[in-house]
Design a protein around this ligand. Structure first.
Ligand SMILES: [Zn+2]
Length: 548
């Protein structure tokens, strides 16, 4: 009896030390509140990271029993989420804006815009004066501007100012002159706005390309700087992956080369624009994938935006009788490209704002997809969908890709465009979610701010950052907090076929995570907007660390 009592503990310790030596890993995080965003939405306390991937996730005891590391970080109750993913943005465009364009977003009168432009001219110089982000809905007159004063202040330098939604440009007389635009200019899929028979300088959709195409191409160096600047800002708000919606081949290849030099660490799902060059290059070889980059999708535009009345509606605009907006191209154009994508096994993602555009593309997709499928063809924005058409998303497994901050940016004027009834079929995120059971969320930055926390807040609270309207906008379509978090992590990953790789904190997935000082699942509404990103980690590498 005595011998046994003595020997058993010794044997047990020998067995433990022989069979279970602790494995050395690159990083252990302990004492954290970890939202894994796995299927059961489980929380954990600790995880181990090795070779850029999560190796194990569990309690502090489970992880410390099996793993050791020279780099053990005690998070002291801080909150960890999977790295945030923006499912629809313009990452490169945002970077170029930072480099080249005066930021006119949020400016509430024209005079302040002129002042900003004068500052920009002094700062940047250059042959052209560029700006972005104006919104006449914020001005007292709430009407499209004309260019009289703009042309007086800037008589010799061409001025090109993009509206907040990217679907209209405001140009001075010099720019119109260079582009040869007169009151007689007609453009397919666009419009030259006139007042008293003269061009006002406002160019809608394809018409603005006449001027845009004259702007000298930026240098390669500037493009690289733009990507790096965009990356820095995105890491600081907790983004570890983005989907860039519509890029020329040259930029996709630049991203690839900067990633291979380990300069650009942001993971990018690059949707290509439907240029012949892109289709020729990428469709031939099939979806292109590296560790950091994926090219798997063709991005199309069915219509314009609601703010500039370019969205294609089934009935007239409530505030512009006789006007229903327009489709950007002939049906045959969309059919041809979708067929090519279908044959090459690529995704298609089409910008659809108006209920006319949504119906048109849902039916066009349906002709090819026929029924339920796993091709994950997407409709970007899905902003106004006629109630009868909602079921087409489920019927053809089409993914509605939403941007919750669009609802809260548009809500104070969208009802003027749509009327009291039709506004109820706009920004119907909960109804769209019900179609497939999941949906990706993004910002469309630089149209909206880059922060995924603002997306989370707008999804859940349906209020702007001033907390208005007090009761929220059409709250029946608010997302729950769990749905909102899934929409900017695992569902965003799924929308680009990357849910096996990222989007949750689970063994085998890329160690992309973000550390916040706030528990988004349990804090009060206002605290979401005050939450601070403390660290962002991509593939196990610390890419942002707050200066404390
Ligand atoms: Zn977009």
């Amino acid at each position: 009896m005595n011998r046994i009592q003595v020997f058993i503990p010794i044997l047990a310790s020998i067995v433990l030390s022989c069979n279970s030596p602790k494995m050395k890993v690159d990083l252990i995080v302990t004492n954290a509140l970890i939202y894994t965003v796995n299927d059961s939405f489980a929380v954990a306390e600790s995880f181990a990271v090795k070779d850029g991937k999560f190796l194990a996730v569990g309690t502090n005891d489970e992880i410390s029993a099996k793993y050791t590391s020279d780099n053990i970080e005690d998070y002291k109750g801080k909150v960890v989420y999977p790295g945030f993913i923006d499912a629809h943005c313009h990452f490169f465009g945002y970077g170029m804006n930072l480099m080249q364009y005066a930021d006119l977003a949020g400016i509430t009168d024209q005079e302040s815009i002129y002042l900003k432009l004068q500052e920009q001219q002094q700062k940047a110089g250059g042959e052209w004066l560029l700006g972005r982000g104006w919104d006449q809905n914020l001005w007292p007159e709430k009407e499209f501007p004309d260019n009289q004063r703009l042309s007086e202040l800037f008589p010799s330098v061409p001025v090109y100012l993009i509206r907040i939604d990217g679907h209209a440009a405001w140009c001075n007389a010099k720019a119109l002159e260079l582009a040869g635009i007169t009151e007689n200019t007609k453009v397919d899929g666009g419009e030259v706005l006139l007042k008293n028979g003269r061009p006002t300088g406002v160019l809608i959709d394809n018409a603005k390309e006449l001027v845009f195409n004259l702007i000298p191409a930026p240098s390669g160096e500037l493009k690289t700087k733009a990507l790096m600047a965009a990356q820095n800002n995105c890491f600081a708000v907790g983004l570890s992956s983005v989907t860039d919606c519509g890029l020329p081949m040259e930029i996709i290849l630049l991203m690839d080369s900067l990633q291979k030099q380990n300069e650009l660490k942001m993971c990018i799902n690059a949707m290509m624009d439907p240029s012949d060059e892109n289709l020729e290059h990428f469709l031939k070889t099939g979806p292109f994938k590296t560790d950091h980059l994926q090219v798997n999708t063709i991005k199309l535009y069915a219509d314009g935006a609601l703010g500039s009345r370019g969205a294609y509606l089934l009935e007239d605009y409530s505030d512009s009788p006789g006007n229903r907006g327009l489709l950007m191209n002939e049906a045959s154009y969309f059919e041809t490209i979708c067929q090519k994508a279908f044959d090459a096994n690529f995704q298609v993602a089409t910008h659809c704002i108006g209920d006319g555009a949504n119906r048109f593309i849902l039916n066009l997709y349906g002709k090819l997809l026929k029924g339920q499928n796993d091709r994950r063809w997407r409709i970007e924005h899905a902003q106004i969908v006629a109630p009868d058409d909602l079921q087409l998303f489920a019927k053809y497994s089409v993914i509605p890709s939403i941007q919750a901050t669009h609802a809260t940016s548009d809500m104070f004027w969208a009802d003027q465009r749509l009327g009291a009834d039709r506004i109820k079929s706009a920004y119907t995120y909960q109804q769209l979610l019900a179609q497939n059971g999941w949906l990706p969320n993004g910002t469309d930055f630089p149209i909206e701010a880059i922060s995924p926390l603002k997306t989370f807040f707008a999804s859940v609270c349906r209020k702007n950052t001033d907390g208005l309207p007090v009761l929220g906008f059409q709250m029946e379509n608010a997302l729950t907090r769990e749905q909102a978090l899934r929409s900017i992590t695992i569902w965003a990953a799924k929308s680009s076929f990357e849910e096996q790789k990222k989007g949750s904190i689970e063994p085998g997935k890329s160690a992309d995570f973000v550390v916040l000082d706030t528990d988004l699942m349990n804090c009060c509404d206002d605290a979401v907007l005050r939450a601070n990103v403390l660290k962002t980690v991509v593939k196990g590498e610390l890419v942002y660390n707050v200066v404390e």
